[in-house]
Design a protein around this ligand. Structure first.
Ligand SMILES: Nc1ncnc2c1ncn2[C@@H]1O[C@H](COP(=O)(O)OP(=O)(O)O)[C@@H](O)[C@H]1O
Ligand SMILES: [Mg+2]
Length: 258
């Protein structure tokens, strides 16, 4: 059944490869929210790949509710394509934060790490992996709250879908080889993101190279010494524990921040 989202769209908050996310006001009560409440409305493109992302996002967003993970209120489809209503997370995504601030204070990164680890722990407890943890898919508000968004590539642990691969710069090497989703692959991505937040540099690639490098395999050939600055011990240690190969040697999400 075609149902439009019960909202008035207000302004664009962001966009990714499959959808545009809008600030929106409810035109009727939804979940525990009253008429007029502000929400985020994700409008997916009307193509097969975006529809597949919608199907995964709607299912996982309904199944897992946790602090640190985007809270979903409703999902549906109208003649423009599929949509999801979710909690509005003000602020910026971590890619925008990095672009504007270059690097973040260590206590803030530790706090972001704990919040995102908590979101991963909840997904993993439900045997689901996020599959696309990267700076664009986590938000940070003014109060320091950080929330993991974009469940478009999330799937059951062990699932393998060639079309649902995350972003090369943050993807665990075994996923680039075609192995299935796993909690350890999410931990890899989180370790890379946190390292980048502290140092302003990707752990496996120097900043000038970053924009041209699209393959994490190429990135991994660069030695650690190629980093622009010498990072604090705790984040190097966290990064090392998160990005171990084989994946079975990686730390659990609960120990990403020691
Ligand atoms: N609930 C939300 N509140 C505020 N902004 C959001 C929310 N969800 C996503 N965004 C922003 O919109 C951008 C695109 O959303 P995302 O879900 O990642 O779409 P895509 O699946 O196309 O990558 C994100 O980078 C994020 O900054
Ligand atoms: Mg995204």
């Amino acid at each position: 059944m075609l149902t439009p989202p019960p909202v008035t769209l207000q302004e664009e908050l962001g966009r990714g490869s499959t959808a545009v996310v809008w600030r929106a006001a409810l035109t009727e009560p939804v979940a525990e929210l009253p008429l007029g409440a502000e929400v985020a409305c994700k409008r997916f493109h009307d193509d097969p790949e975006a529809r597949a992302c919608y199907a995964r996002e709607a299912q996982v967003g309904e199944a897992v509710v946790a602090e640190g993970l985007i809270r979903q209120y409703a999902a549906g489809e109208d003649d423009e394509g599929p949509w999801v209503l979710m909690e509005l997370i003000p602020g910026r995504n971590l890619a925008e934060v990095l672009a504007e601030e270059r690097a973040l204070a260590e206590p803030l990164v530790r706090s972001i790490g704990r919040q995102l680890s908590g979101a991963l722990a909840a997904l993993h407890a439900a045997h689901i992996s996020h599959g696309d943890l990267k700076p664009e898919n986590a938000r940070l508000d003014q109060s320091g709250r950080s929330v993991l968004v974009d469940l478009g590539f999330a799937g059951a642990e062990g699932a393998w879908d060639e079309a649902a691969r995350g972003t090369p710069l943050y993807l665990a090497p075994e996923l680039t080889r075609g192995e299935p989703l796993s909690p350890a692959a999410d931990v890899f991505s989180l370790g890379v993101v946190l390292y980048e937040l502290v140092t302003g540099s990707h752990p496996f690639i120097t900043t000038p190279l970053r924009s041209s490098a699209r393959s994490s395999r190429a990135a991994r050939r660069l030695p650690q010494s190629a980093c622009l600055q010498s990072p604090p011990f705790w984040i190097s240690s966290s990064r090392a524990r998160c990005t171990e190969t084989p994946a079975s040697a990686r730390t659990r999400e609960s120990s990403v921040i020691a």
